[in-house]
Write a protein that binds this ligand. Sequence first.
Ligand code: CA
Ligand code: CU
Length: 226
Amino acid sequence: MRNAPRIIAATAATAATFALALGGATAAYAGHDSNPSDKVASYSYSLDAVQPGTVPMSEANGTTRVKALPNGKLQVTVEAWGLSPNLPHAMHLHGVPGDATDMACPGPAAAGGDGVVTVLDGAPFYGGILTSLTSTGDVSPASALALDRFAMADASGYLYYQRTFTDAAGYADAGTVQVVVHGIDFDGNGMYTFNEADPFSSRSSSLGAGIPLEATVPVLCGGVAN
Ligand SMILES: [Ca+2]
Ligand SMILES: [Cu+2]
């Protein structure tokens, strides 16, 4: 059965699994400050490859800007190069809800024995999902894997994303979130699928045996702490 091409669809069950596995960081920021005299806080940083160089198609790079606007809105911009082309890339604000805690990004050493930094390998570094950086619709952790609503890389692997969120989780801690971009088409077949003939594409996501590793594997991460 795993030989059959299976493109990951944005099922609610899959998304819920993803959010749960990452701690389901859904705590509300009910008390955040929307005082109109707040200053704009803007954080720009690089997005760096998290995988060992031996992982195919993983040497991307990028930049991001997280801007907390005084009206309670959060603007997130992501620009990346070298991503797997013509595919959507799940992206999230990761972190720890509540008191500001600056997390970090995993490096290649987090890969462990299997040679790949999986979502769960990275979670102790970047925390759970605070906000799903979708292009339209819901932005909660429940949309973590809603691949039909994430930005696509173009044919050259370039991706541009910008969205302004209202009451996004992460607003209160805009300086402590990590931006994580996921998805690597290891075998270059243009799909996030299982491919038993490929040593990487044959693997399951750390989030579930039915999900291809390709769809969820982190490729880029960045944050103020890094
Ligand atoms: Ca593939
Ligand atoms: Cu993520």
